[in-house]
Design a protein around this ligand. Structure first.
Ligand SMILES: Cc1cc2nc3c(=O)[nH]c(=O)nc-3n(C[C@H](O)[C@H](O)[C@H](O)COP(=O)(O)O)c2cc1C
Length: 357
């Protein structure tokens, strides 16, 4: 019988949890962003269950500063995607600072980087170019999209509260056997057009926070992948030990903080790298289709990375998780010089099960 007051959750006894990940941990650790879906719609009851997981997220002062919009009409989702693609094409034309480009364009881009450094980070900007070129879909064919609006009057950080509600929904969806992908680029339709604010009735106090595509995954894209370790400062018994210190961020000299990387200089910019075991690879092409950055291709029925000048790999691990024969391994995260945030460079490790203290 369920105790509705305690919501009794069959918490794993400590000794059992020491030996194996709990079900909740497995969902958290194996969840991957899914970018290929079956055409069939997600049943309404599942979406409502997912919304419930969002509704019960923690929020600062319990102010629940969100509103969820659910889009389930293919034509509407396609129209929104087309509008975001059109905005991406305009932005890429105007601001792509990564090629040789004209000096005027570089100047404008450098000014914009000062004003909006996060938007013009090489990773999202690389994705804007991929969206503009039709190489990266927006919702990847997901039949349901949840748009999360933040109430800008929220306490402390409504954006953070919306992120927590969103991740609750993502994990609930994966626990139901669905796939999801956060889609931040929906923002472009709200930032650079008035149409979607009007059409979806988004007005003060609400503003776009983020969105999530949901559907039944094609194949089995979820799976555990390695990631760099991040250093952790552990204070106990009056001393501080830094765990996994080898990935620590360097202190950045002022010159490096200001430098906008020169994409022609590989010491300043290099893409992520994965390696494919040619003997194990069956040439099924699942990794090529799963890669959001179009960084893999099939050559002579074996997957390999595209030439470095076209490679936008972000080391997300989608190719590693989906490979049915374990032929793909992570080698190195991308590098952009110090101005832009890059992934800490600690040793790559899969999710670990710590059994000792
Ligand atoms: C806030 C947010 C926005 C994102 N926006 C996009 C997006 O617009 N398109 C996309 O394909 N992936 C998007 N992603 C997915 C990330 O690329 C992905 O989480 C990351 O590469 C790590 O891979 P994983 O989710 O499989 O662990 C987004 C993720 C987050 C958290």
């Amino acid at each position: 019988m369920t105790d509705h007051r305690s919501g009794n959750t069959q918490a794993a006894p400590a000794e059992h949890a020491r030996e194996t990940h709990t079900e909740t941990e497995r969902i958290i650790l194996a969840r991957r962003s899914v970018r290929r879906y079956k055409k069939s719609q997600v049943p309404g009851w599942m979406v409502k269950r997912i919304l419930e997981a969002g509704r019960f997220a923690p929020s600062a002062g319990n102010c629940q500063p969100w509103k969820f919009l659910v889009l389930r009409d293919r034509e509407m989702i396609d129209e929104l995607s087309a509008d975001v693609r059109a905005v991406s094409a305009r932005l890429a034309r105007l601001l792509d600072y990564r090629g040789t480009g004209s000096p005027g364009k570089r100047l404008l881009a450098h000014l914009m980087i000062r004003l909006k450094p996060r938007d013009l980070h090489p990773t999202p900007f690389g994705a804007v170019r991929l969206i503009a070129d039709g190489k990266l879909g927006l919702y990847h064919g997901a039949p349901t999209v949840i748009i999360i609006l933040k109430d800008v009057r929220g306490i402390s950080s409504p954006e953070l509260d919306c992120g927590i509600a969103g991740q609750n929904m993502v994990l609930a969806a994966h626990s139901l056997g669905l796939g999801t992908c956060w889609v931040g680029f929906t923002k472009l339709a709200f930032q650079y057009t008035k149409k979607w604010k009007r059409r979806l009735g988004v007005a003060y106090p609400y503003a776009f926070a983020n969105s999530i595509g949901i559907g039944f995954p094609l194949g089995e894209p979820d799976g555990m992948v390695p990631r760099p370790q991040h250093p952790v400062d552990w204070y106990e018994d009056g001393v501080c030990r830094t765990l996994w210190a080898e990935g620590a961020d360097r202190e950045l000299p002022a010159s490096e903080r200001r430098r906008i990387p020169d994409f022609g200089d590989k010491s300043q910019v290099s893409p992520g790298i994965v390696s494919v075991d040619g003997k194990a690879c069956t040439g099924c092409g699942l990794c090529v289709r799963a890669c959001p950055a179009s960084s893999l291709e099939l050559v002579d029925k074996t997957a390999c990375m595209v030439p470095v000048e076209h490679n936008e790999c972000i080391l997300c691990g989608a190719c590693i998780a989906i490979c049915p024969v374990g032929a793909v391994t992570a080698v190195e995260p991308p590098h952009f010089s110090g101005r832009f945030k890059e992934i800490d460079r600690g040793e790559l490790a899969p999710p670990r099960l710590f059994t000792g203290d």
